[in-house]
Design a protein around this ligand. Structure first.
Ligand code: SF4
Ligand code: SF4
Length: 185
């Protein structure tokens, strides 16, 4: 219950405050905040490394037919934008950064008849784990849930927890003085 409330609060902050700031292109992350966010980035990448190891070991995703990459829409969120900014990745993904998948009213390319644009037949996701949307790193389907051993489930839950901790840390740093309007100090 607490986790659900925490996630709802985090997404509300992101959706109503952080994402509009980034989309307006009027706000920037302060230099000293970017330096502080590097620590979060290390923790995030360490969780991503663990996820890559876990999912590779399970070996289910490459064999998957009804996989979770179905649907021509964007999974890249404002949290990934923050990660990319701290990492220095300038090139935005094709559909930009949105907290929720773009609806058909905003993205005429959206379709459930095709896959996400980053999906490559026979290979899976074409993005490295470090660039991949966080939700594509930590989320797993019920098929995965069924094959996890107790130890693997602990690892899986820890990965999810760490990703959310990093996103909370991003949100708090940016909410409380970590951003400034362009031209202001
Ligand atoms: S997480 Fe599940 S649905 Fe997604 S690719 Fe892996 S096996 Fe398929
Ligand atoms: S970004 Fe990669 S993992 Fe995520 S939906 Fe697209 S192809 Fe799948």
């Amino acid at each position: 219950m607490f986790r659900k409330i925490s996630h709802a609060l985090l997404y509300s902050i992101a959706y109503f405050i952080l994402e509009p700031r980034f989309m307006s292109d009027e706000w920037v992350i302060r230099k000293q905040t970017k330096d502080r966010l590097q620590k979060d980035l290390k923790k995030l990448y360490s969780a991503f490394d663990d996820a890559e190891r876990l999912f590779s070991k399970l070996g289910r995703c490459k064999l998957c037919i009804t996989h979770c990459c179905v649907g021509g829409f964007n999974r890249v969120t404002v949290f990934d934008r923050i990660t990319h900014l701290v990492e220095g990745i300038k090139q935005p993904p094709k559909w930009g950064y949105r907290l929720y998948p773009l609806g058909s009213f905003m993205n005429p390319k959206r379709s459930h008849k095709r896959n996400c644009d980053f999906f490559t037949e026979g290979r899976g996701c074409s993005l490295s784990y470090y660039v991949r949307p966080a939700m594509c790193v930590w989320s797993g389907c019920s098929k995965i849930g069924k094959v996890l051993s107790r130890e693997e489930r602990n690892v899986y839950n820890r990965i999810k927890r760490e990703v959310f901790e990093v996103h909370w840390s991003y949100a708090l740093k940016l909410l409380f003085g970590g951003m400034t309007k362009k031209g202001e100090f």
